[in-house]
Design a protein around this ligand. Sequence first.
Ligand SMILES: Cc1cc2nc3c(=O)[nH]c(=O)nc-3n(C[C@H](O)[C@H](O)[C@H](O)COP(=O)(O)OP(=O)(O)OC[C@H]3O[C@@H](n4cnc5c(N)ncnc54)[C@H](O)[C@@H]3O)c2cc1C
Length: 461
Amino acid sequence: MSTVNYDVVVLGGGAGGVAAAIRAAQLKGRVAIVEDKFLGGLCMNRGCVPFSHMLTASHILDSLNLAKEMGIECSQVSTDFSALMKRQDDLSTFMRQGVHGLLNKNGITLITGRGKLAGPGKIESKGEILSAKKIILATGGDWAKPSFPNSDLPEVINSDYLLTMKRLPQRCLLFGEGPRVIEIAQFLRLLGSKAWVSTPEAALLGNENKTIRSRLVKALQAQGIPILTGIEILSLRKKKENLEVSLKAKDKEEVIYVDVLMTLQRRAMLPGLGLETVGLDEKREFIEVNEHMQTSAVDVYAVGDLAAPAANHYSHLASAGGIVAAQNAMGLKTALDRRSTARVVFTRPQVACVGLTSKEAREAGYEVVEGAAPLSMNPLGMILNQNEGMIEVVAEKRYGEILGVHLIGEGVAEMVGIGILAINMEATLEELSRTTFPHPTLSESLAEAARDALGRAIYLP
Ligand SMILES: Cc1cc2nc3c(=O)[nH]c(=O)nc-3n(C[C@H](O)[C@H](O)[C@H](O)COP(=O)(O)OP(=O)(O)OC[C@H]3O[C@@H](n4cnc5c(N)ncnc54)[C@H](O)[C@@H]3O)c2cc1C
């Protein structure tokens, strides 16, 4: 076995690992990254990118309803699923090549193959030992086996299925928690399938502000997507033509017949990483890290889905963690501020929230003030039929510091960046209310929501 010495070795080339490797190299580290399959990881190859592409296509289709209201007739609209798949495969390939180029430009050694820890300061891959002053683990997660009976039937699928299928399932029950379940249900519905959202949670997106989640539910139901909450799957039975699913909600039982049942539960994948060789426990749900992304093992950092509960599986959090880990590994002292991680659902209308909900703020001991501005009263909102759109701002009363921004409406995933910046910069309601946003834009309602919290909304009745 030969040994190569590095300052930093990153295990896993997804959103977290690539950001970590590049940042460590920028800080003049000698860096290697070990990737088993595809650079860019889940996000670029089987997650954010292909699904954002699919959702965007379905939202374009949905826009034709508004177009019609505006007098634009689009007759004979058809969808070619193979063209959609080809375009997104091309995009993922192009982006992977881009990542490859970035690694080269930054002088990072790419090792293609599976790697694992082989003791303090050592990673083993393909029979070679890479010796590292610091190690950053970024190997992500994997699909969790559903806990209901008969979950190994071939009709029980996950989102990977949609990337290889030849035609859409006509009837699909989605079961689980979090944004992906809702996004994929809407995609299927907008492309003409019947889709149900079912969740074991008492409410959809139960941790978000009530106004936001109830408006999302209303919008989804209006699109013909039934929302079933507090659900337990009692049994699955393969019938000749379809799958019989028995569900229980409270004390009521219901049977639904579908082509497929999709679950999207993922968890950090710890077994096989050699964690025991550095004293870490592979039986945990995920690797625990502090705000510097340090694990309890000396000189070992962990980032991304590997180091987070499923509710925090976001690409932007993985890459932000990767940058923090790399900086600390290279001798800087930086911390990840999780307060400003946006929680986004890429449906139509989009949901984007950052910071504390009003309930969380009260529980944290703040005296809370809130302001809201419905997008149905915003000029562009009216043009775009934003009937369910809403902007909510949560702040503490004494200084007016903004603690949370909660949005539902067209394109609010872009707008939430203003909220992230406000929270990062400890901005106040007064400062947000004085910000002049361009007209006509939906973001004007951010200033109006801040004015509402201050008791001086201009355009609200
Ligand atoms: C359908 C779907 C849609 C999503 N959409 C979004 C979205 O819109 N926005 C968002 O923020 N997040 C989204 N996510 C979540 C996002 O994809 C993940 O949070 C993100 O990819 C996590 O990045 P990571 O670097 O931690 O792990 P990953 O991206 O999973 O990367 C880990 C990498 O490590 C490699 N690896 C694993 N084990 C080893 C080993 N032993 N040796 C070498 N290499 C190894 C893997 O091959 C992989 O490339 C989505 C997820 C899914 C499933």
